[in-house]
Every structure is written in structure tokens, then in C-alpha cells.
Write a protein that binds this ligand. Structure first.
Ligand code: NAG
Ligand code: NAG
Ligand code: NAG
Ligand code: NAG
Ligand code: NAG
Ligand code: NAG
Length: 755
């Protein structure tokens, strides 16, 4: 009995599930997130559409990728100005019998830049197509200014004419004009009664003026007007009554004004098709504020100050096909906002503050073809949209954590180099002679901190191969996982401690070279205390973003901002905790870098100047070698840090960084120092080579040359360079060997500077 009930229950639940499933399948044969190739039964996943690679047999996945609405809008916005329309025409013959002040071409007259204050009185007595008065000096436009205009003019341009005021009846002569351009003047106010009652105006442009107010009746007679351009003015309020007479208006540009509130009755019943409110200061839009604009197809609201999208904002916009909401401050989107715009095809939501998208928000927009987000992972909330941007963030894409195959290999290689190199150093330095314990200790700590970077890279590499092909599904969990936090911690700890220890090593060398006698070798205890302090400091820096009581400042994604869990924050330079990230990557690194460069140049100078007294070629060769080696050390430090610092500063200054650069910076440049440090500071030093040779030889020949080698190791270890003889040896070989060098009778050159 129970079993039967259970079975039937299970069955009915299955049925409901199946029904739901059927509903969510879009038209065609592919499941959600997949799209059918044209004329084929093949399905390709969302991210393979429009990614620049043909995945369908006839490449249909790469077709229809352009955002048609966007293209049309910009094509229209940046169309040729009427004076240039005929530039391509072959004939330049004047169609009139004309001998006057203006230049004539076909039926156009160009009276530009002649300091005119009214229309010239010698115009031909025939219909003029274009009268271009650009660059004159009208100041006040009165009926007088147009006095000599007796014949009809089709298009009239009054750009850059210093117009400050338009008087009533100013355009009463323009009964046959269809286009009037008044751009780039100083008009503050559009008065009433300036256009004749019977007019044919279709296009009226007031771009780049200082208009703050428009008289209620200003456009009263413009029944034929199709396009009104009020770009770049200072309009702060939309007055419904102003636009009410424009019964044929299709295009209205109000971008770059000072509008802050779109109210319920802002727009009267207009047949508008395109409305641009870009680059205003809109922070509030009342629900239903566009509901009189039922034929609207494109609505541009980018670069405003919107913070939320409320249900009903786009009520009655059932014809809307393109909507841009990019570059706002949108944090929250109510579930039903887009229910009113079922025909939406293109939607821009990038440059906003929300970081995750509820699947239900776009459920009803089944006609969406193109959508833009800030982050590729938001595409998982829009699986039915064929064309979702961005496709990736340079490091990851929807498929893989590390999108670039070269990068994928690089992580393993860098990780391997970093780990083996530093492990060898750690092990070998352990068995190295004990002549310069302190310096050896420093270098072992450096190796340890660099080893952490190697481990970090291995974890990333492992994560990448684990999520290969299915990254999008697990992306959120990965970025918020403890592993990712550990990665962020490790990389930060490694970076900071490595930088600090390098600085310490440099300081140590610097003091010993510049003041070989003034300072005694720091005791083991002192060195240990310094190192422990450095490690604690780095640990605190790396751990701070993970502690509970700093959550407020760092947010949830300080480390988990990207797939490789790095807090470099190049793409979103002002993400939460950006000051911290900037201080970490710019301040500390830059200070360390400047100090290291300065110290090494001083040291090289010191060595060179002390070598002047000696004429031995052998010695100058050695000096060159020291200089070379120091140079390499400084250059690799620069190579690693300068790009990071520069890119970080550039990103903070608001310039967008190419996403590939970010990936290479994170995977290749940042860890390169960690991989190279063991090579530079230990593995290529003569002492190390000697050590290896000695180890190999030791089985055959034990104890030979013990004394000599120990002394030599002292030098090499202390400055990590090829052993140097003569005066340099005396200068550089400071600790432990200092006394013996000074008393050594072999050396003949006296050091003149610091002693
Ligand atoms: C599609 O490609 C196939 C070959 O792969 C070709 O035979 C066919 O004509 C193509 N169809 C169209 C419409 O281009
Ligand atoms: C699909 O087939 C139709 C007609 O058979 C053809 O016009 C169209 O170009 C084809 N599309 C592709 C992408 O092959
Ligand atoms: C054009 O006008 C100038 C004076 O403005 C005159 O000297 C010239 O003869 C006129 N040319 C013709 C073809 O009428
Ligand atoms: C629609 O336009 C009419 C005037 O044509 C106006 O009275 C009304 O307030 C407008 N409605 C909305 C919701 O804006
Ligand atoms: C606009 O939408 C409202 C409901 O939000 C409806 O009552 C009204 O009739 C619609 N107006 C037009 C012109 O479609
Ligand atoms: C917005 O509309 C959706 C769907 O119609 C509804 O679920 C949601 O509760 C509404 N939100 C508010 C704040 O009214």
C-alpha cells in the first residue's frame, strides 16, 4: 500500500519535473546553454558562439554576432555632417548664376568663417539645398539676421556661430527647411515662437550649447519633426509639455545633460523609437516613467547613477529591443524588471556593481540575443542568450580555470622550477659549511618563502586540471573555497616575505661593503629575531583579509576575486579592499625596489672606486664579474616588480588593462622572482658548484683542501658572487674572514675610501 503510494508520488513528481524541463528547453533540439548550428543538428555551448572560432560545420556560430542596435545607434550618431555629404560627388560646378561672398558647389553654398553677422545679401535667387554658415559671428539671432533669405533653403547650418540668444520669430523665413543645425553655440534658452507655423522641419539639432531651459511652447509648431538632438547641454529636468507637440518625433537625444530624475509623467505620448539618456545624472526612475513611449525600440541609459532597477520601470515598453544600462552603479535588480520587455534582444549590464545574477531575472526575456556583463561567470544566469559577453577574464573562461594552454603549461613549469630550485637550496644550504651562518640563514629563509610560491602554483595547476572543461559550474564554489583562500594567503605571504628578505639580504651586503669595519657581523640571535619579525609581519599582512572582523572592509572576494586567487585586482582596481592591495603591491614593492637598486649601485661604485688603486687586470675582471652579477640581481628584481607596479598604477588610474596581460602578470611575471632567486643567489654561485663537486669527490678523496674551501665559502656565501681575490676580496669578504684578509700578506692594495 505504502509502496504503491510512494511509487505514484515519485512518478508524479517525475512527471512534474519532466514538464518543467520541457518548458525550459528553448525552441530547437538543444538543451539549455546550447545552441543549434544552422542547417545542422549539432549543438554548441553558449561560450563557443561568437568566440572567433568556427565550431559549426558552416561557421554559423560565428554569424550574427554584431549587436545590430548598437551599430545602428553609433552609425547614426557619428554620421557625416551635411556639408561633407557631397564630398564624394564628382562635379563641383555651381548650379546657380552666382557671383557672391560664398563658395558654391552644385546647389550648396558655403559661407563659412567670414565673420558674418547675418545671412549675406547676395544669395542667388533660386532654391538652395544647403546653406552652410559655420564659423560666423551672429551673437543674436533675430528676424533681421535672416532678412536677405528670400528663397527656400533645404538644410541650414549655423554651427560655431557664437549665437548667444535666439529672439522670437528668428526662423520665420525657414518655411521650407527640413534640417536646422545650431550646434556648438552658446544658447542658454530656447524661447517660444521662433519657428513659423507652417514649417517642414524634420531635424533640429542643438548639440553642445548651454541650454538650461526650454520654453513650454518652443516646439509648438514642429509637427513634422522626426529627430531632436539636445546632446551636451545643461538640461536638468524633462518637461513633458515641451515635447508634447512633437507628434512625429522618433529620435530624441538627451545625452550629456544634467537630468537626475525621470518622473512618471516626464514623457508624453510620443511615437519615439530611440531615446538616449546616456551620460546624465539619473539616480531615480519612477516605475512606469516610460509607459507613454509604447513604440520605443532603443533606450540608452548608460553612464548614469542608477543604483537599483525596480519592478515596473520599463512598463509598457513591449516593443523595446535594445536597452543599455552599462556604467551605472546598479547593485540590486528586482526579479520582475525585465518582464515588461519581452522583445528585448540586446541588453548591456556591464560596468555595474552587482556581482551575481539571479537566474529568474532574465527568465522572461526569451528573445535576448546579446548580453553584456562585467564578469563571464554571470553568463550562467543567462544560459538562453546565445551571445554572452565577456567570454572570459583573461585568466579563466567558462570552460577552463586557465584558459590559455600556454599559461596552463606555464603554471606547471614555473611551479616545478620554483619548488625544485628552492628545495635544493634549502637542503644544500643545510649541509653547507658553517662559516657564514647568518647569511646562509637569510638565503634559506628566502628559499622557503619562494618555495611557498611554488606550492601556490602547484595548487592552482591542480585546481585547473580538476575543473577542466566544467569550470563555470564550479567557479563560484572554487573562488569562495578554503583552497582558494589558502592560495591567496600563500601567494601574498610568499610575495611579501620574499620582498622583505631580499631587502634584508641587500641591506646586509650593503652595510658590509660600505662600512666593512664599522659594523660587526650580526649575531645569530639578532638575525633570527629580524627574520621572525619579517615572517610575522608578512603573515599578518597575508592573513588580515581572512579574519572575521575585517570582513566589512575586504568583502568576501579579496582573494577570490579571480580564478587564480590573487589579490592583484587589475580588472577591478577599485574592488573592495583596493587600498590594501595597492599598498601591498605598489608601496612595499616600490620601496624595496628603490632601495635594492640604490644599494647595488652604491656597492658597485664602492667596489670600482676601491679597485682604481690596483692595476691588476685580474682584479678589474673580478670587479666586472661582481658588477655583472649584481646587475643581474637588480634586473631580475626590476623585471618582476616594475611591470606589476606599473600595471597596478595604470589600472588604478582608470585605464583598462588588456586581459591577457593580467593573466601573464599573474602566472608568469609575479612568480618569476621566486623561481629565479635560488638560481641567482645560490645555484650558480661558484661555491655551490664547488659544493656539488666536493660532494661528488668526497667519496673518493676526503678532507683535502678543507681549510681553503672553508675560507672561500665564507666569501661566496656572504655575497653570493664568484669568489673574488685581491682587494675586492678584502672589501667584500667581511664576516668571519675579515681579519684574515686584512692581515693577509698576499694583498698589496690598500683600500682608501671607507677604512
Ligand atoms: C555547408 O557546408 C557544407 C560542407 O560542409 C556544404 O556542402 C554546404 O553547401 C554548406 N551549406 C551552405 C548553405 O553554405
Ligand atoms: C542554411 O540553409 C539555408 C537554405 O537551405 C541557406 O540559405 C543558409 O545560408 C544556410 N545557412 C548556413 C549557415 O549554412
Ligand atoms: C564678380 O564680382 C566682382 C566684384 O565683386 C567683379 O569684379 C567681377 O567682374 C564679377 N564677375 C562676374 C563674372 O560677374
Ligand atoms: C502620458 O502622457 C499624458 C499626456 O499625453 C500624461 O498626461 C500622462 O501623465 C502620461 N503618463 C505617464 C505614465 O507618463
Ligand atoms: C501602460 O501600462 C498600464 C499598466 O501598467 C496600462 O494600464 C496602460 O493601459 C498601458 N498604456 C498603454 C498606452 O499601453
Ligand atoms: C517584482 O516582480 C517579481 C515577479 O513579478 C516578484 O516576484 C517580486 O516580488 C517583485 N518585487 C517587488 C519588490 O515587488
Amino acid at each position: 500500500m505504502f509502496i504503491l503510494i510512494g511509487l505514484s508520488l515519485a512518478f508524479s513528481i517525475d512527471c512534474i519535473k519532466a514538464a518543467e524541463f520541457m518548458k525550459t528547453i528553448p525552441k530547437g533540439i538543444c538543451t539549455d546553454g546550447y545552441f543549434q548550428c544552422a542547417n545542422h543538428t549539432i549543438c554548441v555551448p553558449q561560450h563557443q558562439n561568437c568566440d572567433g572560432k568556427d565550431d559549426c560545420p558552416n561557421g554559423s556560430d560565428e554569424q550574427a554576432c554584431d549587436d545590430q542596435h548598437d551599430d545602428e545607434y553609433y552609425d547614426h550618431l557619428f554620421r557625416k555632417n551635411p556639408a561633407a555629404e557631397q564630398d564624394d560627388w564628382s562635379g563641383n560646378i555651381c548650379s546657380f548664376v552666382y557671383n557672391g561672398t560664398c563658395q558654391c558647389r552644385n546647389e550648396d553654398l558655403y559661407c563659412t568663417h567670414q565673420n558674418l553677422d547675418s545671412v549675406p545679401d547676395d544669395l542667388p535667387s533660386a532654391k538652395i539645398y544647403l546653406l552652410d554658415l559655420t564659423g560666423n559671428n551672429f551673437k543674436n539671432l533675430t528676424p533681421e539676421s535672416m532678412k536677405y533669405l528670400s528663397e527656400p533653403v533645404e538644410k541650414m547650418m549655423l554651427r560655431y556661430c557664437n549665437i548667444e540668444e535666439i529672439h522670437e520669430r528668428a526662423f520665420f523665413q525657414l518655411q521650407d527647411t527640413t534640417s536646422l543645425y545650431l550646434d556648438n553655440n552658446y544658447i542658454k534658452f530656447i524661447p517660444k515662437n521662433i519657428f513659423p507655423i507652417r514649417n517642414k522641419l524634420q531635424l533640429l539639432s542643438f548639440m553642445f550649447n548651454h541650454i538650461t531651459k526650454i520654453s513650454t511652447d518652443a516646439f509648438a509648431n514642429l509637427k513634422h519633426l522626426i529627430e531632436l538632438d539636445l546632446r551636451s547641454n545643461k538640461i536638468s529636468e524633462i518637461d513633458s509639455e515641451v515635447f508634447e507637440p512633437l507628434v512625429n518625433l522618433k529620435i530624441l537625444y538627451l545625452q550629456k545633460n544634467a537630468i537626475s530624475h525621470v518622473k512618471v509623467n516626464s514623457f508624453p505620448n510620443l511615437p519615439l523609437v530611440q531615446l538616449s539618456l546616456m551620460e546624465n545624472k539619473i539616480n531615480e526612475m519612477d516605475p512606469g516613467c516610460f509607459s507613454n513611449l509604447t513604440s520605443l525600440k532603443s533606450l540608452f541609459l548608460s553612464t548614469n547613477r542608477l543604483t537599483e532597477l525596480k519592478n515596473g520601470t520599463f512598463a509598457n515598453l513591449s516593443s523595446l529591443e535594445a536597452l543599455t544600462l552599462n556604467n551605472n552603479f546598479i547593485k540590486s535588480i528586482e526579479l520582475g524588471v525585465f518582464e515588461d520587455v519581452p522583445n528585448l534582444q540586446s541588453l548591456k549590464l556591464d560596468g555595474n556593481q552587482f556581482r551575481s545574477l539571479d537566474k529568474r531575472i532574465l527568465e522572461s526575456s526569451l528573445n535576448l540575443e546579446t548580453i553584456y556583463f562585467d564578469r563571464f561567470e554571470m553568463c550562467s544566469g543567462a544560459q538562453h542568450v546565445r551571445n554572452c559577453y565577456p567570454k572570459g577574464d583573461g585568466i579563466s573562461d567558462q570552460e577552463h580555470m586557465l584558459a590559455n594552454p600556454v599559461l596552463r603549461t606555464c603554471v606547471w613549469v614555473m611551479g616545478a622550477i620554483g619548488c625544485t630550485g628552492n628545495l635544493i637550496v634549502l637542503l644544500c644550504r643545510r649541509f653547507a659549511p658553517k662559516t657564514n651562518i647568518v647569511h646562509s640563514l637569510y638565503l634559506r629563509n628566502l628559499a622557503l618563502s619562494d618555495l611557498l610560491m611554488g606550492i601556490y602554483l602547484f595548487i592552482i595547476a591542480a585546481g585547473d586540471s580538476h575543473y577542466r572543461g566544467v569550470y563555470l559550474k564550479f567557479e563560484y564554489n572554487w573562488r569562495h573555497s578554503y583552497t582558494c583562500k589558502l592560495c591567496g594567503f600563500l601567494s601574498t605571504l610568499s610575495c611579501e616575505s620574499s620582498v622583505l628578505i631580499l631587502t634584508l639580504v641587500t641591506w646586509d651586503r650593503f652595510i658590509s661593503v660600505t662600512q666593512p669595519l664599522a659594523r660587526k657581523q650580526p649575531s645569530m640571535k639578532m638575525a633570527l629575531v629580524t627574520l621572525i619579525t619579517l615572517w610575522c609581519f608578512s603573515t599578518i599582512i597575508a592573513l588580515a583579509p581572512l579574519v572575521d572582523f575585517t570582513k566589512e572592509y575586504f568583502g568576501e572576494e579579496f582573494y577570490g576575486n579571480n580564478g587564480v586567487c590573487l589579490s592583484l585586482h587589475i580588472h577591478e582596481p577599485y574592488a573592495k579592499g583596493w587600498q590594501y592591495s595597492a599598498a601591498m603591491f605598489i608601496l612595499i614593492n616600490a620601496f624595496a625596489l628603490v632601495f635594492i637598486c640604490y644599494a647595488y649601485f652604491r656597492m658597485i661604485n664602492e667596489i670600482k672606486s676601491s679597485g682604481v688603486a690596483c692595476r691588476s687586470t685580474r682584479q678589474s675582471q673580478d670587479t666586472d664579474k661582481v658588477a655583472q652579477r649584481f646587475g643581474i640581481i637588480v634586473i631580475t628584481d626590476c623585471l618582476c616588480w616594475v611591470p606589476v607596479i606599473l600595471v597596478k598604477i595604470v589600472a588604478l588610474s582608470g585605464i583598462s588593462i588588456h586581459q591577457d596581460l593580467y593573466a601573464w602578470l599573474a602566472i608568469f611575471v609575479l612568480p618569476i622572482n621566486s623561481a629565479l632567486n635560488p638560481v641567482l643567489y645560490t645555484l650558480t654561485t661558484t661555491i655551490f658548484k664547488k659544493q656539488i663537486r666536493k660532494m661528488m669527490n668526497s667519496c673518493c678523496r676526503k678532507g683535502a683542501d678543507q681549510q681553503h674551501t672553508a675560507t672561500d665559502s665564507g666569501f661566496s656565501l656572504s655575497f653570493g658572487v664568484f669568489p673574488i681575490r685581491g682587494s675586492t676580496k678584502r672589501i667584500l669578504g667581511y664576516r668571519g674572514t675579515q681579519t684574515s684578509s686584512l692581515t693577509g700578506s698576499k694583498t698589496s692594495c690598500k683600500r682608501s675610501t671607507a677604512v
